[in-house]
Design a protein around this ligand. Structure first.
Ligand code: PEP
Ligand code: MG
Length: 570
């Protein structure tokens, strides 16, 4: 038995077997070799095995997600039979007297970079596929097993170093009991995904986690950050009881989830959901959401092999809007970069991607790419309350430029004889301190603010959100962040615009009364957190929440803030 303490990232308890998702170590030696016949025979064996693997994945993809996904693997299989590639490998072995692993990877890299250098987006995207196939063969040559998340076949807790959004695209989420990762902080994508799925998660557990991951059973407690590997019977019983109690409590909260979030003294706030795709919209409604406060559109770009065209995007946004009817839906334009990589959008290598070329910065430099999304959004707006939000805004110029492009997109849509909603609110995410500081000026430019506390915290405390070594700094309840929020809400109200929070803080039970007391208008969170947040708001009086909020702004640390709120529980 081994107990590890990680970061509590998504509430709930999971007890079950481990599914270990290991990154493959594909390092190999570059050595000399003169027997090309022997090496080519080895290659043929690996190609044969790869064909079998790809066929299995293809069939699974077709059964689960349809023919688009399956087509990716058909292309992979075809690539294995490319005579030019095999000739290139054989030639390299003979001429440079290199071993097969080196000759194979050199040839793959040559092909992939040729593809990358092409203008056409389709061919550019093929580079990632070629590398994927290249790594598959290399893994087989090195005698390693595939640890694809899609190979999970029964219920288990996923244990991994870290999970990127693309890792999780092909995972069968119905089988996952919870997540536990070595890396990551409370706002990493594993945490966000877990909350979206209503699954427990403990992140930032450190490398000890992988050292003990060969045990049969694991318990993770997503509200305390405790991980127990190979628990004894007493612990299993104890956690099963805790699990039962939690389930009972959330059942009661769920029964009242469709009632408004009204304080005991009659103040009502709006509770909406964060969504990562159309499937979350239904879950949002089931959990009592009054709209969508943040639709992360990256899903659309991640789910396809090349940038989705206007029609594809229109269909995806319409799918969400149709579920939500007339309720407000805030759609955030693409927020690529930082921890959100999209294989075919090459942002280049940077020393500090979180401070680099990303999101709105990239969109403003590629107006045609950006306007494809804007046109799709504008078209989708007809008959709905669609609102558009720009991420990672740092300067007033960016807001103005983005608005100019939106106007252009509207004109293009009109010209093409499509209808548009009469009003489309335009807002920005407040996630860079410069915007919080100049909130009075930004408030004159937009219809609303939505505070992204995940990024606002990382930039305010200079603590990267995915780095577990500095995760202790990244508590959004830090008074510095709370003061920024207070300022943003106050300045917004002076200009008569509304403010929401769509970072993880909005659904944090300790923060809900504080945000309420600061005058927040809209709380946007993972659907699974809505019933509890509404329950908390109903327990408070606005006047007490105001007093509590004023008090925490004068505290010194995040810990003091949380302790204070615990002491104030009504
Ligand atoms: C945020 O930064 O708080 C936010 C909601 O956006 P994301 O987590 O997608 O960066
Ligand atoms: Mg953000």
């Amino acid at each position: 038995m081994k107990i590890i303490s990680g970061i509590a990232a998504s509430n709930g308890i999971a007890i079950g077997p481990i599914f270990l998702y290991e990154e493959e170590d594909l390092s190999f030696e570059r050595s000399r070799c003169s027997d090309s016949t022997k090496e080519m025979k080895r290659l043929n064996g690996a190609l044969e095995k790869a064909r079998g693997e790809i066929e299995t994945i293809r069939d699974k993809a077709e059964a689960e997600t349809g023919s688009d996904e399956a087509a990716i693997f058909e292309a992979h299989a075809m690539f294995l039979d490319d005579p030019a590639l095999l000739e290139a490998v054989e030639k390299t072995i003979k001429e440079e007297q290199l071993n097969l692993e080196s000759a194979w990877m050199d040839s793959i890299e040559m092909y992939a970079s040729q593809m990358e250098a092409m203008e056409d987006e389709y061919f550019k995207a093929r580079a990632a596929d070629i590398r994927d196939v290249g790594n598959r063969i290399l893994r087989i040559l090195l005698g390693k097993q595939e640890t694809d998340l899609s190979s999970m076949t029964s219920n288990a807790v996923v244990v991994a170093r870290d999970l990127t959004p693309s890792d999780t695209v092909r995972m069968n989420k119905k089988l996952v009991l919870g997540f536990s990762t070595v890396e990551g902080g409370p706002t990493s994508h594993t945490a966000i995904l877990a909350k979206a799925l209503g699954l427990p998660a403990v992140v930032g557990a450190g490398s000890e986690l992988l050292k003990h991951a060969d045990t049969k059973k694991i318990i993770i407690d997503g509200s305390t950050g405790v991980i127990i590997l190979d628990p004894d019977k007493k612990q299993v019983k104890e956690y099963q009881e805790k699990q039962g109690k939690e389930e009972k409590r959330s059942k009661i909260a769920l029964e009242h989830a469709h009632e408004p979030a009204r304080t005991r003294d009659g103040h009502t706030v709006e509770i909406v959901a964060n969504a990562g795709g159309p499937e979350d919209a239904a879950s949002a409604l089931e959990h009592g959401a009054e709209g969508i406060g943040l639709l992360r559109t990256e899903f659309l770009y991640l789910d396809s092999k090349t940038a989705p065209d206007e029609e594809t995007q229109l269909a995806a946004y319409t799918a969400v809007l149709d579920v939500m009817g007339k309720r407000p839906v805030v759609v955030r334009t693409i927020d690529v970069g930082g921890d959100k990589e999209i294989p075919y959008i090459n942002l280049g290598r940077e020393a500090n991607p979180f401070l680099g070329f990303r999101a709105i910065r990239m969109c403003l430099q590629d107006p045609e790419f950006f306007k494809t999304q804007l046109r799709a959004l504008v078209r989708a707006s007809f008959g709905h309350d669609l609102r558009i939000m720009f991420p990672m805004i740092a300067t007033i110029e960016e807001v103005r430029q983005a608005k100019v492009l939106l106007e252009e997109a509207k004109r293009e849509v009109y010209k093409a004889n499509h209808s548009i909603a009469r009003t489309i609110q335009v807002g920005i995410m407040v996630e860079i301190p410069s915007v919080a500081i100049l909130a009075d000026l930004f408030a004159r430019e937009v219809d609303f603010f939505s505070i992204g506390t995940n990024d606002l915290t990382q930039y305010t405390l200079a603590a990267e959100r995915t780095n577990d070594r500095v995760a202790y700094l990244g508590d959004a309840c830090h008074p510095a962040v709370l003061r920024e929020i207070a300022r943003v809400i106050e300045e917004a109200h002076k200009q008569k615009i509304w403010t929401g929070v769509c970072g993880e803080l909005a659904g944090d039970p300790d923060a809900v009364p504080i945000l309420l007391g600061l005058g927040l208008d809209e709380f946007s969170m993972a659907p699974s957190l809505i019933p509890r947040a509404k329950e908390i708001i109903r327990e408070w009086k606005l006047k007490d929440a105001r007093k509590a909020a004023a008090a925490v702004l004068n505290l010194h640390t995040a810990r003091e803030v949380r302790e204070f709120i615990h002491s104030q529980k009504p």
